[in-house]
Design a protein around this ligand. Structure first.
Ligand SMILES: Nc1ncnc2c1ncn2[C@@H]1O[C@H](COP(=O)(O)OP(=O)(O)OP(=O)(O)O)[C@@H](O)[C@H]1O
Ligand SMILES: [Mg+2]
Length: 286
């Protein structure tokens, strides 16, 4: 039921129709309509049909479960923390929120998937997908996304740096609502990161044409002090990427204590990861 009301609100807002206008067309007051949309007054089948007609959509569209938000972790530079961040955020999201989380591991090293084999009781699902092992990888991948989007709230995708061509990574980005780019703020690492960043505006434009949003967020990983501040500042806003204020330090726990069943710390802790998690959730609008 809740998602029906969310669908109504989302479609109404995307068409820039106010609650008052819908109320008027239904022959009720704005307040009465607001009460329906916020779940205070229950929505009858007749009302739902009327609302669908006003919005110019099928009733089935109002009943559709909203698609999952797809969050990919990408950087063509290797070893910057894509898999590490995929693990940290998927575990935190599945443990600290009510969202149903799926991780797709497209990294041929299967960093995430192999960790999953060692543990039980995961609060999320993990599937491997290897772009090199299928004859029609792009079609197969898109099919999986379409199917899984209906079953999960959030889909996190770990990518590999060394995809032979840009096709795989561009396909992943094109289905992503949010792309997270781990950044190592050293001059040589930034050079290779730029090859990822240059493709972002085209991805964003392509998605906009389909009426879909795209948000690129940079997160500094293995923060050091030397000279970094200026490098990061220069990157913020480049190619549409926003660099988050919070970062991850270079800590042994991100290397040796990674787990898919237990977050790296408690949600209430005074901890850099909690700060980063909060900022990310706010940016993404979860
Ligand atoms: N903040 C951190 N502190 C300490 N070690 C880290 C941190 N982030 C990543 N590492 C370590 O650095 C290495 C590379 O990280 P990771 O595997 O996440 O990078 P990647 O971008 O997924 O690499 P690839 O491109 O090979 O897939 C790993 O051994 C990981 O444990
Ligand atoms: Mg990796």
């Amino acid at each position: 039921m809740e998602h029906i009301l969310e669908n109504i609100k989302r479609i109404r807002e995307s068409q820039k129709i106010t609650q008052a206008v819908i109320g008027e067309k239904l022959g009720i007051s704005r307040v009465q309509y607001t009460n329906i949309e916020s779940g205070i007054t229950s929505l009858t089948m007749d009302r739902m049909q009327d609302i669908a007609e006003i919005l110019g959509v099928e009733v089935s569209q109002l009943m559709d479960k909203p698609s999952a938000k797809v969050i990919s972790f990408a950087n063509r530079k290797g070893g910057v923390g894509k898999s590490t961040m995929t693990i940290l955020f998927s575990v935190a999201l599945s443990n600290w929120t009510d969202y149903k989380v799926l991780v797709i591991d497209t990294d041929s090293q299967s960093t995430v998937a192999s960790l999953a084999d060692e543990e039980s009781d995961l609060g999320m699902d993990i599937i491997p997908f290897n772009f090199d092992e299928s004859h029609t990888p792009i079609r197969d991948f898109l099919k999986i996304i379409e199917k899984k989007s209906k079953e999960y709230d959030l889909i996190l995708i770990d990518t590999q740096g060394s995809f032979a061509d840009g096709q795989a990574i561009n396909t992943i980005l094109s289905v992503s609502d949010i792309c997270i780019i781990p950044i190592q703020a050293t001059k040589p690492a930034i050079q290779s990161t730029l090859t990822t960043l240059v493709s972002l505006p085209e991805i964003s434009e392509g998605r906009r044409e389909e009426g879909k949003s795209f948000l690129a967020l940079g997160i500094v990983n293995q923060r050091t002090r030397t000279n970094e501040h200026k490098i990061v500042k220069d990157l913020d806003g480049q190619f549409g990427m926003k660099v988050l204020d919070n970062a991850l330090s270079n800590l042994v726990r991100y290397h040796r204590e990674m787990s898919l069943s237990k977050p790296i710390c408690e949600k209430e802790d005074d901890d850099e990861f909690v700060e980063l998690f909060r900022e990310l959730v706010k940016e993404i609008g979860l």
